[in-house]
Design a protein around this ligand. Sequence first.
Ligand SMILES: [Zn+2]
Length: 458
Amino acid sequence: MTSRKHVSKIHLYNTLTRKKEDFSPISTNEVRMYTCGPTVYNYPHIGNYRAYIFADVLKRVLVYNNFKVDHIMNLTDVDDKTIRESQKEKKGLKEFTEFYTQEFLKDVKALHILNPTKFTKATDYIDKMVEIIKKLLSNGLAYKSEDGSVYFSIKKFKNYGKLAQIELENQKENASGRIQTDEYDKDNVQDFALWKAWDEKDGDVFWKTDLGKGRPGWHIECSAMSMANLGEEIDIHTGGVDNIFPHHENEIAQSEGATGKQFVRYWMHNEWVLVDQKKMAKSFNNFYTLRDLIDKGIDPLAYRFWLLMANYRTRVNFVWEAIEAAQTALKRLYSLFLGLGGQTGSVHQEYQNKFTEYLNDDLNTPRALSLLWDVIKDENMSDADKKATILDFDKVFGLGFAELKAESIPENIKLLVEEREQARLDKDFKKSDKLREKINSLGYEIKDTPEGQKVAKL
Ligand SMILES: [Zn+2]
């Protein structure tokens, strides 16, 4: 890997402090990062994918800065939703979740989201979850209820609420109770379930452990998978803003309650994708899947490109016209790139420095993208250097420039190009201009370069 001289400091927005902070990982050259992955109970909608595209860009930026990134993404394959939906379809939990896992992996590939170091399935980490819960029971932060479930006692953990910035004193009336479901809102802060004792609704989904017959709560799953794979203290934990409460708040309580160490240094969250200015959500029935986009002729990468045009911390409003415009712009970039020819030169240092500077400023992808256009338009750069620079940028963008193949130019166009070549040699510029017009009218563009004529689709 080449080391860069002018690599600027990385600044990341930390939800924990509500500030942009200098990024410095626990180990000098290695970053340990955890991403809350999907609950595999149906097709994720494209709003969900914003979280994984954001995490992917973050990881790529770290790698671009020469960090080694140890990245874990979980697959929630047991929780309230997977159990409920598998029963509706009369399928075993494993068979049911495996189907949606495979569908998710296909989408990940189509969106050019790099695989994490490891995808972890919650059901493979039941022992680790039990171990953490036993610790919490023994140090008094958790207790067993009458039915054998185990709850986390939020009042016993002095930092409870630090991530979501909840003042427990103002929550007195609600904070007295317990909540069994995995998802609830800030007005409903209560002791939450770490272990759910088996009841009839769970059917054949249970584990027999030291805690009795039952299954884990959703929140303990991520604490266990993160600790088992990355250690008790990690650098970055990502998710959507919806994860801040209760999921990540509860992860902090469980993990720090069990180890006494700071679980995560930088908590990072992406904003929503809206539809008609309303949050895209399964519960509002206003969502689109990646399949809906593909059915309308939208390349998944055009969706990725559209998201890169905004900072991950701003809300974006999904409208078909905007996605179509993004696709048109991306296709134009592809065609301009292909028009640069077959030679690859060297990466332009100044552009690279700017590119790094923008991205290291809390992933300013909109500014970084505008550089791509600047490179293409730069009249002082050779095509070969432009090509090298764009390929270098694409290590972060992931828009697939390296895999592009020049479309074959139809024979009739080739003949016109040859004819034009002759006209130019004969210095018959009138004829050459006429031929250019004709080529344009047939949907192709011609460029005169020191290496000769170059043809590309308009
Ligand atoms: Zn999680």
